[in-house]
Each structure stands twice: as C-alpha cells, then as structure tokens.
Design a protein around this ligand. Structure first.
Ligand code: NDP
Length: 334
C-alpha cells in the first residue's frame, strides 16, 4: 500500500528558526544512528519514518557511518525515500556527515578535502539523492588545516551537493574559526550539532554562548542520553533489546545505583507535570533559546509518539527548573 502523508501533518509540530538563517527546523528531529542498520526490521524503520513525517518531523539526520554496518542506514533510508518520500522531497531536510572512520586507507576518515567530498558523493549515491540539505564536518580534525575542511564544505554547497554547511563536535573556538573561514568563502555556517542532555551539559560552558552570538543554530544530539533519560532503566534492570543490552555505545554498567536515584527523582518531577521522563528531558533541552531542535532516536513508533508529544507540553517553570537542577548532573552515567 503506497504511502500518503497525513494531511494534518503540520498541525501539532512547532518549528524554530536555525540561528539567523532562513531555515526552520522542527523542535524534535529524528536521527538514524541506531535502529536503521542491516539487522533492524525494514517494516519498523518504515513505520517510524512515516509516523515521524505524519507528525511534522521534517528533518531526518544521517551520517556516512550510521548502521551497523557503516553505510547501511543511508542505504536503507534510500529505500524508504524512493518508496515513500520522493514526492515530499521539498518538505524534507535531510542531512549527512563525514568525519569518522568509513573506508580503509588514509583517505577514509577525518577532515581532508579528498575524504569529505568523496564521502558526500558516496552518501548521495547510497540515499539516491541529488543533494542533501545539510552537510556536516562530523568532527574537528587537529591535523588538517581548518581552511581545507571548510573549503570542502564550501565546495559541497557551491557545487549544489548540499544546501547548507554544519559542524558537529567542534568546541567554541573551533566553531568561531570555522564560521569565519566559511563566510570568507561565501557560505554561512548554518548549524552546530553538539551532544546535550541533563547528563551532558558541556555546551553550557561556552558553546551555547558562542553560537548565540554568532547567529548559528544548534541541533542537540542524544538528548535522552541514549535512553538513560527515559523509563527504560528506572528499575535498574536492562530490558532485552534495549540499547544497553546491546552493550555497544551504552553499557549495562552505566545503570548504576547513583544513576537510578537521580533518574527516578527526575521521573517523579516529570510525573508531577503529567510528563514521562523522556518528555521532561526534551522539554529541558528545548528550554535553551539557542537550541533549534532536539535530535532523538527511537526504536519504535510508540517511543517516537511519546517523545513528539513533548511539543505540546507547557514550558518548565523556574520552580521546576530549580527542582531538576540537583539531578541534572553533568557526567552522570555517561
Ligand atoms: P537519544 O538520546 O534520543 O536516544 C535514543 C534511544 O533512547 C532510542 O533508540 C531508544 O533506545 C531510547 N528511547 C527513545 N525514546 C524512548 C522512550 N520514549 N521510551 C523509552 N526509550 C526511549 O538519541 P541517540 O543517542 O539515538 O541520538 C539521536 C541522533 O543524534 C542519532 O540518530 C544521530 O542522528 C545523532 N547523533 C549524532 C552524533 C554526532 O557525533 N554528531 C553522535 C550520536 C548521535 P532503545 O534502543 O533502548 O529502545
């Protein structure tokens, strides 16, 4: 049965301006780092993507290496795109990145012009796209002149393979420098993608100030701390099929007694607001004026729907923020 997007898909989602650009992003975007690889059910992937778009999620975030295996998330996305989303291309913001280990030899990672442009061409071919909306340098390369890395992003934009340029995992100083170099090449730095959640507050030190001053947008990844800020592990048990059970990027040892105490305290604050813990965690990152979008993952339609319902939650009050503060501990469990 062919996919017809819901007619009311723009009714509930809210959109924020990405820095000082013309681009609006949904308050919650969907990332395909996990749950879209070789071993993940195509039927579940399809259902998650369709539901996301039906609920106003116009932004899907990928990278060359998402899977596993590396490249498989882009390949699978290409299948879903060709079947379901082609007619909606102009309603979608699709991003990809290059920076981490992708292929053998000296040209398969980091920030050289050689790697970035070859990787972007591979990504476009895997996804069956003529262009991506945002192309990111996935990490700062200390051994390649930033001029070269940004030059590759500028070429991506000037050649029409990408509409906008972004950086991910750059610190404040690197971000300022990246913006300056890109601007000299006639390309604005649209967006930064840092990790940010109640358990990783690093961007509060100086990155958020920098991107605010520079007029750059931000899309914050792992806002649920990979599931730690959901009801998944509140009892201390590690459910089968959870990310921690896979013991890859999230490990069962992270489900400590200290974690449990703070997560349960946060869960009680959420319940008083009529929210789940995941919804509280998303409301919390979205309270930051410099955050354009919270970039979540989901392994089921149910999780996705629960998370997207956050956009209609009331804002956190000063009193609630005070209550959250002793439990929003940088470095806890991650
Ligand atoms: P989250 O912190 O949102 O974690 C998502 C995971 O949490 C889900 O896969 C699921 O895990 C669990 N979960 C989500 N919602 C619920 C819920 N309502 N109830 C219970 N469990 C829930 O984000 P990710 O770590 O997945 O990262 C999101 C995106 O950010 C990535 O897909 C990618 O696009 C981007 N990213 C970027 C990076 C970068 O370097 N630029 C690095 C990492 C991510 P489970 O499998 O247990 O069900």
């Amino acid at each position: 049965m062919g996919y017809q997007a819901a007619e009311n898909r723009y009714q509930s989602m809210k959109y924020r301006r990405t820095g000082k650009s013309g681009l609006l992003l949904p308050e919650i975007s969907l990332g395909l780092w996990h749950n879209f690889g070789d071993k993940d059910s195509m039927a579940t992937q399809k259902a998650i993507l369709r539901k996301a778009f039906d609920l106003g999620v116009t932004h899907f975030d990928l990278a060359n290496n998402y899977g596993p295996s590396a490249g498989s998330a882009e390949r699978n996305f290409g299948v879903h795109f060709a079947r379901d989303f082609q007619p909606y291309r102009d309603e979608l913001i699709i991003s990809t990145k290059a920076g981490y280990d992708m292929w053998a030899g000296p040209y398969g990672e980091w920030g050289s012009r050689k790697y970035l442009l070859a990787s972007l061409d591979q990504s476009l071919s895997r996804m069956g796209l003529d262009y991506v909306d945002i192309f990111y340098s996935h990490r700062y390369d200390p051994n390649t002149p930033l001029e070269e890395t940004m030059g590759a992003l500028a070429t991506a934009v000037h050649s029409g393979r990408a509409l906008y340029a972004g950086v991910s995992n750059y610190d404040a100083q690197q971000t300022r420098e990246a913006k300056r170099i890109l601007e000299a090449k006639g390309v604005p730095l649209l967006i930064h993608q840092p990790r940010y959640s109640m358990f990783d507050r690093a961007p509060e030190a100086s990155l958020f100030d920098t991107i605010g001053i520079e007029g750059i947008g931000s899309i914050v990844y792992s806002p649920l701390a990979q599931g730690l800020l959901t009801n998944r592990y509140l009892s201390g048990a590690v459910p089968k099929n959870s990310r921690a059970a896979k013991n890859h990027f999230l490990k069962p040892t992270q489900i400590s007694e200290e974690y449990r105490q703070h997560a349960n305290a946060l869960n009680e604050i959420a319940a008083k607001r009529g929210q789940t813990l995941s919804q509280l965690a998303l409301s919390w990152v979205l309270r930051q004026p410099t955050v354009t979008s919270a970039l979540i993952g989901a392994s089921s339609v149910k999780q996705l729907e629960q998370n997207l319902a956050t956009v209609s939650s009331p804002k956190l009050s000063i009193e609630e923020l005070r209550e959250i503060e002793p439990h929003a501990i940088h470095g806890l469990a991650i």
